[in-house]
Design a protein around this ligand. Structure first.
Ligand code: KIV
Ligand code: ZN
Length: 554
């Protein structure tokens, strides 16, 4: 079978469109969004949400600024019906939010649906029936005419009951379910039959939702289907064309974006793509894709972690670590070269100041925009290099390693991480750094130091040190405490060395803040090595750094 799938499967037929226009369009504004989490998402859960979980999700969707929310299939179960009533009777629906309910073209279900809506301010009644050849043949055993008849009758039943919802702003939506597997000519015919009943106008348009119920073809084919309908259906100006994609071939996002190019006005989807089988369209991804091109999406995902928490609590699903924008790892770089580029990019961007356009290698958006921290961006494992190590030490502990020290410590840290065989935290990295560069007390250790003299003049220093545990008093002089200490030490040991790098900075702020000094020494036999020292006195920090460097090179 794998060698010859053509004996079992067939290619998707092309759409009869030759002069397609969508490939040369661009998306310049956000579509109307409709969340179908509480209906399509919910119906796909092993354990559907209870009323309180649905309420929690409804409130979260409102906070994300969805203005159209499909709240359920009220005729399907008591929970669904009760949820509708609860939202309406407890006044939980903000005035600018329209709730949408789904119903099949069946009288008993339509009746119950109307009962569930009494007292609502703004609703969309969404009727659907399936239209593809396979559904017509296998599920309904009906001809095209009979299927059109079902849709027309359902539309009429809804129309007849509209007076019951006097005082409610009612809009109507029709979905030829399995649209993408339906002949476009038939999808047009059945949609126009529903339009004939509902009589939409440009002032009171109806929503024509064109579902990719099961994704059966490439996204360009869906775009062709959408463009074909937009160009051929009657009274296009009286329709809001809506997309509803699923993700069976893994291209729900692409199909939606190409569908928008093809002329659609509205998008249905769910948070993080929850939904039947491989899921519905992930609405977060499409909205954030607009955002990253500078187009205001009209939805707010600035508290992504809270949203994920709510989603996981209410649905029992989880957001995979590589889910676009939302996954735990999507802004994380482990690779050394990526970390290096990100670190440089962030520095340049910060230097450019407010208003600078975001153009950071490997980061599509600023993680802060969705409430993430830069500390999540760079994480260190055996694939990481000096850039990541330096970034973490600097961002988490204010330890700003000089470039040459970064080059020296990077590979050392990498070997240590490699031997651990796992990711390391910033604290572990700091501990590794301190063990290697700061806490070196053999052979040399400082016990006491006394330096005197006027600034600008000669400084005399007297220090108590130990060498392999043997105490010694050393004295020396120079034009500063550091020079005096070097003089004392080389005089005592008879082993000259040169300081080839010196830098220091404060660790933190305030009068009792500590300082860190970095010193590189070059010994008489040409060995170079860094040491670091930490103390509240900058002189002592430098002297400790000298001893540490000597200890590392001895
Ligand atoms: O996927 C689908 O076709 C649906 C319809 C009911 C709109 O969910
Ligand atoms: Zn669906």
């Amino acid at each position: 079978m794998f060698a010859n799938p053509s004996v079992k499967y067939r290619p998707f037929p092309p759409v009869p469109i030759v002069d397609r226009r969508w490939p040369s369009q661009t998306i310049t504004k956000a579509p109307i969004w409709c969340s179908v989490d509480l209906r399509d998402g919910n119906q796909a859960l092993a354990v559907p949400m209870n009323v309180s979980q649905k309420l929690e999700m409804f409130d979260a969707l409102v906070k994300c600024r969805f203005k159209e929310i499909e709240i359920g299939f009220p005729a399907a179960s008591n929970t669904e019906f009760t949820f509708n009533r609860c939202l309406i009777e407890e006044g939980r629906i903000p005035d600018d939010v329209t709730v949408q309910v789904l119903v099949q073209a069946r009288e008993d279900l339509i009746e119950r649906t109307f009962e569930s809506l009494v007292g609502a301010k703004k609703v969309i009644i969404h009727m659907y029936n399936s239209t593809s050849p396979a559904q017509r043949r296998v599920v309904f055993g009906k001809t095209k005419e009979e299927i059109v008849g079902m849709a027309r009758n359902g539309a009429q039943m809804i129309k007849n009951r509209l007076p019951r919802l006097a005082g409610t702003d009612v809009r109507l939506q029709y979905s030829p379910e399995s649209f993408s597997a339906t002949e476009v000519e038939f999808a047009k015919e059945i949609s126009e039959a529903v339009m004939d009943v509902w009589q939409p106008t440009p002032e009171r348009p109806m929503i024509l939702n064109l579902p990719d119920t099961v994704e059966v073809a490439m996204p360009n084919v869906y775009a062709d289907q959408i463009e074909w309908i937009c160009r051929n259906i009657k009274n296009r100006e009286s329709l809001i064309i809506s997309l509803h994609t699923h993700n069976d071939r893994g291209t729900g996002t692409a199909a939606t974006e190409l569908g928008l190019l093809a002329g659609a006005d509205r998008v249905e989807g769910t948070l993080f793509g929850n939904g039947e089988r491989t899921g519905n369209l992930d609405i977060v991804t499409v909205a954030m894709n607009l955002f990253m091109h500078g187009i205001a999406p009209g939805l707010d995902f600035s508290r992504m972690n809270d949203l994920i928490g709510m989603y996981e609590r209410t649905t029992g699903m989880s957001v995979p670590p590589r889910q676009p924008y939302a996954g735990e790892l999507v802004f994380t770089a482990f690779s050394g070269s990526h970390q290096d580029a990100i670190k440089k990019g962030l520095n340049a961007w910060e230097k450019a100041g407010t208003g600078a356009i975001w153009d950071i290698p490997y980061l599509t958006i600023d993680p802060h925009d969705i409430g993430r921290q830069y500390r999540e961006v760079i994480r260190v494992n055996s694939q990481s290099g000096k850039g990541g190590v330096a970034y973490l030490l600097e961002s988490e502990y204010g330890i700003n390693l000089p470039k040459d020290l970064q080059r020296e410590f990077g590979p050392l840290a990498n070997d240590l991480v490699d031997s651990l065989g796992r990711e390391v935290t910033a604290t572990e990295l700091r501990d590794m750094f301190c063990k290697e560069y700061v806490d070196r007390t053999t052979p040399w250790a400082l016990t006491d130091l006394d330096a005197e003299g006027k600034p600008g003049g000669t400084i005399r220093c007297k220090a108590a040190v130990t060498h392999h545990g043997t105490p010694a008093e050393i004295t020396g002089e120079g034009n500063g405490p550091l020079a005096a200490f070097v003089h004392a030490l080389t005089t005592h040991s008879g082993q000259p060395f040169e300081i080839t790098h010196y830098s220091e900075h404060a660790l933190g702020t305030g009068t009792d803040a500590q300082a860190i000094a970095y010193i590189q020494v070059k010994t008489a036999d040409g060995k170079r090595g860094f040491g670091a020292g930490v103390d509240t006195s900058i002189e002592l920090a430098g002297i400790r750094a000298i001893l540490s460097a000597l200890n590392r090179t001895s």
